[in-house]
Design a protein around this ligand. Sequence first.
Ligand SMILES: NC(=O)c1ccc[n+]([C@@H]2O[C@H](COP(=O)([O-])OP(=O)(O)OC[C@H]3O[C@@H](n4cnc5c(N)ncnc54)[C@H](OP(=O)(O)O)[C@@H]3O)[C@@H](O)[C@H]2O)c1
Length: 298
Amino acid sequence: MNDAAVTDGKIIDGKAFAAGLRRRIAEQVRALQARHGFTPGLAVVLVGENPASKVYVKNKGEQTKESGMKSFEHKLPDSTSQAELLALVDRLNKDPAVNGILVQLPLPKQIDPQAVLNAIHPDKDVDGFHVVNAGRLATGGQGLVPCTPLGCLLLLKDRLGDLTGKRAVVVGRSNIVGKPMAQLLLNENCTVTIAHSRTHDLAAECRRADIVIAAVGKAEMVRGDWIARGATVIDVGINRIDAGNGKTKLVGDVAYAEAMPHAGAITPVPGGVGPMTIACLLQNTLTAACRQRGIAVP
Ligand SMILES: NC(=O)c1ccc[n+]([C@@H]2O[C@H](COP(=O)([O-])OP(=O)(O)OC[C@H]3O[C@@H](n4cnc5c(N)ncnc54)[C@H](OP(=O)(O)O)[C@@H]3O)[C@@H](O)[C@H]2O)c1
């Protein structure tokens, strides 16, 4: 069997799906402007000089503007106190031009991230990290859902349709990916297992799954023979490893080439889940803006 025969139709192209989603959001923004005369706005707050965070914030700002929404960027020095950051969040909470607020993590050590995340008004919490939104997701209420797991769910539903009754294993239990992912799958009537660093025989847990979501942060930890024949694999991991010749490359948490022959469908890294995160941030901003204005969410 040649490589093309093995990969044919199996690769879930998150980059293309995210581009389509961003186009639909831009159309909806134009429709809101035409019918209701307002433009949703997203405020992104960056504290300090973390190089990765600077790239994320730049990309978020650019894609927000490309969608036709307003982008408000707030860059604060590394020495910013928690009180100063909370004061900015308070101003943004009260600003009617700002429909969504995102404070880029990680924050400098003098600032308690949970205190800041919980200071954002839950209805403007487009990252979905506020304890109220976590509670709404857990109890089936109408909240805002964390962007990365939301992106994973959209890719899964696009590929598989109805997820009812599927056995899903989520590897990782972080508040930003693993737990909300498990909750979303439960809401879709999957039978969900959450695995973590203390799980006994992770390989066996994965082999039982129709859907494997890997959100661990360990390069290629999930091996090919952990994947049941025909299972759908969503790889959230982003790991930079040595590629030889003094170069580096990005790989996921799943050994992609090994998993490919087993999987029915699989997301690549890069180009799978990654591009979905900002697209879902824009979706959340649009959703938040419509709810705040009492307009039906498109
Ligand atoms: N836009 C995106 O695509 C996007 C967004 C967010 C994150 N990510 C990536 O996704 C990955 C996970 O991110 P995160 O924030 O969820 O990470 P995290 O907070 O570090 O959580 C990692 C989870 O993996 C579990 N784990 C660690 N070692 C394990 C092992 N040997 N076996 C089983 N489980 C193990 C941990 O278990 P314990 O709880 O027991 O410690 C923990 O629950 C990272 O690579 C990150 O870069 C990508």
